[in-house]
Write a protein that binds this ligand. Structure first.
Ligand code: BGC
Length: 749
């Protein structure tokens, strides 16, 4: 027998006029230990739906009842893209069981990977993935992505967004590279915190609120060998300097939750690291919100990292390290083990209370006690044209023109275009994973209105015949005979333009592990074959990480890095090709030249020293170009010149500042936007310094012939960097300010 809390209870914690701290205090003392542990548990949708399959968003009330009423489970996650009404029914029933059929009526909180729009909701607006948002160098787009995600998903009962990824795109082999904002900590900080604010400060969903998740705390993105969840070796100094800033900025912006890194750093799995989850995150960085593990991170201590002999010991180490909630996610072992640990006195109830307090605070702050139920009267906002326009603007700004020999692009309305490649007529390739489903959906699950590159080009070039070459239309480049080759290439000579849309098919997490960053062989071979014709070739790279193309770069006339531009992306690409859009995107990472030389732009000075065979046995400085295209590279259909880089003084004092000014001129023949990137180089440092560091950026929109003077204040703070304890060092040294090849030196006195 159960009684509904609505009819029989009237406790202080239900009184919205009281302070949240008073309500929590009242509720906590009414809860049993097992009820508290239930709040610390997050289980997968497959345990409460009818079929046990991810894509099934139909609640099995009996399963849900058992978990919520008997085991007090406070949170669930996951699913796939279904219609708003389906989610609405699922969340309404789940919520009703929690708030009406339990003793205390604590609402459940539902977490979901809506990482670039409400990606598990049919009809939702889908933004470019984060690597593209990084390429816009415009935090407005990251903010819009968060804002639209919240606006389109709160009503269906999704309160907890598992984004943004605040990991640094430090290793391009890493299969989650595209989930990051790129390799620079400053850029990632601005984009990540803007996204958090978009999700969490969305006035449109008032009085309710939604929580963002900074993930995956921390150092996840830099495994030595590049594969998912493999060991990273990072000094504390590196952590403070490169991996902490994006999380810190998001925390300072009010980030409510953090998800842990499932991997290990220096031999210690992060989920069991008190140093990282408590000393660093709580004591030093000041995080007060909820820390949730990633998927089965506690189990991974037993069967991936082998630091715990059994599940109970794994629970012990993760709870003692500082986690609040376990994404368990497919069984009740966490609850059972934690209860035993409390009964045995190994984990105190005070320790449990710390976490439950944070979880309840989150639920109170989000307004779930007052407004736990989803609503179905605002579904018209899902996929609203205004939201899609925002995604389209972001997609347009994220396309990077890497190469454009002889101003091949913008392309004229040609008579015939030949279109090749795995992404030429694919919707799913434009968004990769975490879209429709974990590994991306099947092609037919994508919106009917969505363009592929082929259909978008068709719209953009109405007078042009576009011939789509499918797999069956192209010879196998490996077995082709010379005469077949000749015939094929001759056929291509009759086209005015050849476009190859290649790159990668969707992947997510470990399914994207690769051992060679080169563009796959079959694509390289076909591209070589095609570029043997006299017709100019444009390569469009639809990919989540920079697949190496060095061996054929000279054969290509133009190269566009489209990345993963999302549902509005094909149109954005087509408009760049036609010239309706003048490209503004810049690479948020260094595009590698060689598969075994993966070095970010902010590498150390010693990275450039090598043995020179010409000068027997001498170590010399190699040329400053470890990448095929450097960080920040991106062409426009106009040209910009930079001049008059000036400093208001040649010395900066403590508490002082220097004003830097610079003139940017549009020297071409059409309007365009230039992103000005300001770098600082520290000449000598106690800890080895990067060759340069991005410290500021801004946009200048300029008409032909127009000039603009931009300025930036350099302060001692901008020059500082952390030591191994996270304390700021400011060197009394000489520095250079570097902007697009211009350089001015100054000193800190
Ligand atoms: C991923 C997280 C994700 C979680 C829930 C994990 O495997 O690493 O990024 O949020 O699953 O789906």
């Amino acid at each position: 027998m159960f009684t509904t809390n609505q009819s029989t209870l009237n406790y202080p914690y239900q009184n919205a006029d009281l302070k949240i701290s008073e309500r929590i205090e009242d509720l906590l003392q009414r809860m049993s230990v097992y009820e508290k542990i239930g709040q610390m548990t997050q289980l997968d949708i497959t345990l409460i739906n009818t079929t046990g399959k991810q894509k099934d968003v139909i609640l099995d009330p009996e399963k849900a009842r058992d978990l919520i009423r008997n085991h007090h489970i406070g949170s669930f996650l996951n699913g796939e893209a279904v219609k708003p009404g389906t989610w609405y029914r699922f969340m309404s029933e789940l919520t009703r069981i929690a708030v009406e059929e339990t003793r205390l009526g604590i609402p459940v909180i539902y977490g979901i990977d809506h990482i670039h729009g409400a990606s598990y909701l049919e009809g939702a607006t889908i933004f470019p993935q984060s690597i593209n948002l990084g390429a816009t160098f415009d935090p407005k787009h990251a903010h819009n992505a968060g804002w639209v995600t919240a606006a389109e998903s709160f009503d269906i009962g999704h309160h907890w967004i598992f984004a943004p990824v605040l990991d640094l795109g430090a290793n391009p082999l890493w299969p989650r590279f595209w989930e990051t904002y790129g390799e620079d900590p400053y850029l990632a900080s601005l984009m990540g915190s803007a996204n958090v604010e978009g999700v969490q400060k969305n006035d449109d969903i008032r009085p309710l609120k939604q929580a963002a998740t900074g993930k995956h705390f921390l150092g996840y993105s830099d495994p030595r060998h590049g594969w998912d969840r493999t060991p990273a070796h990072l000094s504390m100094q590196q952590i403070h300097e490169f991996h902490r800033p994006s999380f810190q900025k998001a925390i300072d912006a009010g980030l409510k939750t953090i998800m842990t890194n499932s991997g290990e750093i220096n031999g210690v799995p992060v989920v069991a690291s008190h140093d990282i989850l408590t000393k660093l995150l709580r004591d030093e960085m000041g995080f007060e919100g909820v820390v949730i593990t990633d998927w089965d991170d506690i189990g991974k201590l037993v069967d991936l990292h082998y630091t715990a002999g059994n599940y109970k010991e794994a629970v012990y180490s993760a709870v003692q390290a500082g986690i609040d909630m376990s994404m368990t996610p497919e069984h009740l072992e966490f609850n059972k083990s934690l209860l035993e640990l409390v009964d045995e006195g190994r984990i105190t109830e005070e320790r449990i209370d710390q976490s439950v307090l944070r979880i309840l605070k989150l639920k109170f702050e989000l307004g779930l006690f007052e407004n736990p139920f989803p609503r179905d009267d605002r579904f018209h906002r899902i996929g609203h044209p205004e939201n899609r326009q925002k995604a389209f603007e972001a997609a347009k700004d994220s396309i990077v023109l890497l190469k454009n020999d002889g101003n091949l692009l913008p392309a004229k309305q040609s008579k015939r275009i030949g279109l090749f490649g795995i992404s030429a007529n694919s919707k799913r390739n434009l968004s990769s994973g975490w879209t429709i489903a974990w590994q991306g959906g099947k092609e037919e699950r994508y919106p009917v209105h969505m363009h592929t590159i082929y259909t978008a080009l068709g719209e953009e070039f109405p007078e042009t015949e576009i011939k789509l070459f499918t797999k069956d239309d192209v010879p196998d480049a490996k077995t082709i005979t010379d005469s077949e080759k000749k015939r094929f290439v001759n056929k291509l000579n009759s086209f005015d333009l050849l476009i190859f849309a290649g790159g990668e098919e969707p992947y997510c997490e470990f399914t994207g592990n690769i051992s060679d960053l080169s563009l796959p062989k079959d694509q390289l071979n076909l591209l070589k074959l095609i570029s043997g014709s006299e017709t100019p070739v444009v390569l469009i790279l639809v990919q989540g990480r920079p697949r190496i193309i060095t061996e054929l770069i000279d054969d290509l006339d133009a190269v566009i890095h489209a990345g993963l531009p999302g549902f509005e992306g094909a149109k954005a690409i087509a408009e760049v090709i036609s010239g309706k859009v003048n490209p503004v995107g810049k690479l948020p990472f260094s595009y590698p030249m060689h598969p075994n030389y993966l070095v970010p732009y902010n590498h150390k000075k010693s990275n450039l020293y090598s043995f020179d065979p010409e000068k027997a046995n001498r170590i010399v400085k190699t040329n400053d170009s470890p990448s095929l295209f450097p960080f920040g590279h991106g062409l426009s259909y106009t040209t910009f010149s930079y001049s008059e880089l000036k400093l208001s003084s040649e010395a900066i004092r403590q508490n002082g500042s220097i004003k830097a000014t610079l003139t940017v001129t549009n020297t071409g023949s059409r309007a365009g936007t230039e992103t000005v990137l300001w770098f600082i180089s520290t000449h000598v440092g106690r800890i080895t310094r990067p060759v340069k560091e991005l410290k500021h950026f801004e946009k200048a929109h300029l008409h032909p012939g127009e000039s603009k003077t931009v300025e930036w204040m350099i302060t001692p703070e901008t020059l500082s960097y952390p030591d191994e304890n996270g304390r700021k060092i400011i060197e009394k040294q000489s520095y250079s300010l570097i902007v697009n090849g211009l350089k001015r030196d100054f000193k800190m006195e």
